[in-house]
Design a protein around this ligand. Structure first.
Ligand SMILES: [Zn+2]
Ligand SMILES: [Zn+2]
Length: 345
């Protein structure tokens, strides 16, 4: 008993510390790209032609401004759930995995599908991706796009700095006046320390960008990806191997990307995503994706599967109709979803 209260106390202290450290982490996150932009002003004494200098300068300021705007949006936009009573029944019976009647024990509120409770924020977050100390906030339904654009513009800026820094280093190294004769000593220390931090940060940003791109392509959150990677992918029974979990929300690459950016032509601007469905319902894929059918039946070509268009917003009302189409689509296939066999004939 004492042991568990001790652990609780320690956990509380740690989350308190993380909470208090937030503003400092934000300060250093802003400081880093600001340092790079300041340093890059010194790199411009390379006596290059004006065109390349203009492109260089434009890239530096644009990526900096966009990164800072995305950062501000990521910090300020919250993904908290809305006050609604937990529904007794889920109308979307189309998939046995789609359960939307959970409640959060901490908040005493409805916890819609894809929602998770964040112990650091102390609240439930819609389509929670992860709690990010960099933004002192949770990444979720409404700010995932801003967070993604933040990592994208930071990566562009970091790569730009790394390249410019390397070019300047080479220029000084080859200079006939000697390496240290161009700037003050302070500049060299400042440059060295910034680069020391920036190069590993740049590698980390590249990894983060690639990882989140793969999440967008698969319409997954970090939490879902971690869960799925433990149980594997694909849903059809194959050579009597145990059935694995499926990604319910994967509706195809283009569809996933378009949904992530809220079908906006201005996807590159960090606006808040405001969805039609208030974050309590999510469009889901048909019972099984085309890829799964192909894995199950390698002879089957994509063209042979009837290309049906589904209006996912209307599934609620047209459940029987949808099921009839799904039955037609997957007839003669044996589908197994997490141990439950679905009869489609
Ligand atoms: Zn909660
Ligand atoms: Zn959080």
């Amino acid at each position: 008993m004492i042991h568990s209260s001790d652990r609780n106390h320690r956990r509380k202290k740690l989350s308190q510390f993380k909470h208090q450290a937030g503003p400092f982490i934000i300060f250093f996150t802003v400081l880093m790209p600001t340092n790079c932009v300041i340093l890059e002003q010194f790199f411009f004494d390379l006596k290059k032609d004006s065109a390349s200098e203009l492109i260089n300068g434009f890239l530096v300021y644009l990526s900096y401004a966009m990164a800072m705007w995305s950062y501000y949006q990521s910090i300020t936009i919250k993904n908290y759930t809305i006050d609604k009573a937990t529904p007794n029944q889920d109308n979307r019976r189309i998939d046995p995995l789609y359960k939307n009647t959970n409640s959060c024990l901490q908040c005493n509120k409805w916890k819609p599908i894809r929602t998770h409770h964040c112990s650091l924020c102390g609240k439930c977050n819609l389509k929670m991706d992860h709690h990010c100390p960099w933004i002192h906030n949770c990444v979720g339904l409404r700010n995932h796009r801003c967070f993604y654009l933040f990592t994208m513009y930071m990566t562009i800026g970091a790569l730009q700095y790394s390249y410019a820094s390397w070019v300047y280093f080479r220029y000084l190294f080859r200079s006939s006046n000697g390496f240290f004769s161009h700037q003050s000593t302070f500049f060299y220390i400042y440059w060295f320390l910034t680069s020391l931090v920036l190069y590993p940060v740049c590698a980390m940003l590249c990894f983060l960008l690639v990882y989140h791109t793969s999440l967008i392509i698969n319409n997954q959150t970090t939490l879902e990806q971690m869960e799925n990677s433990q149980s594997g992918n694909g849903c059809c029974l194959q050579n009597d191997r145990p059935p694995k979990s499926i990604n319910l929300f994967n509706r195809g690459i283009l569809s996933n990307i378009a949904w992530f950016f809220n079908y906006s032509y201005f996807w590159f601007l960090p606006f808040q995503n405001i969805y039609k469905q208030d974050g309590t319902q999510y469009p889901i894929a048909p019972l099984c994706t085309i890829q799964d059918i192909q894995i199950y039946n390698p002879q089957l070509q994509i063209g042979q599967i009837p290309d049906q268009q589904f209006d996912f917003d209307k599934i609620d009302q047209k459940y029987e109709e949808y099921l009839a189409i799904a039955k037609q689509k997957y007839k003669n296939k044996r589908l197994v979803l997490i141990g439950k066999e679905i009869q489609l004939d």
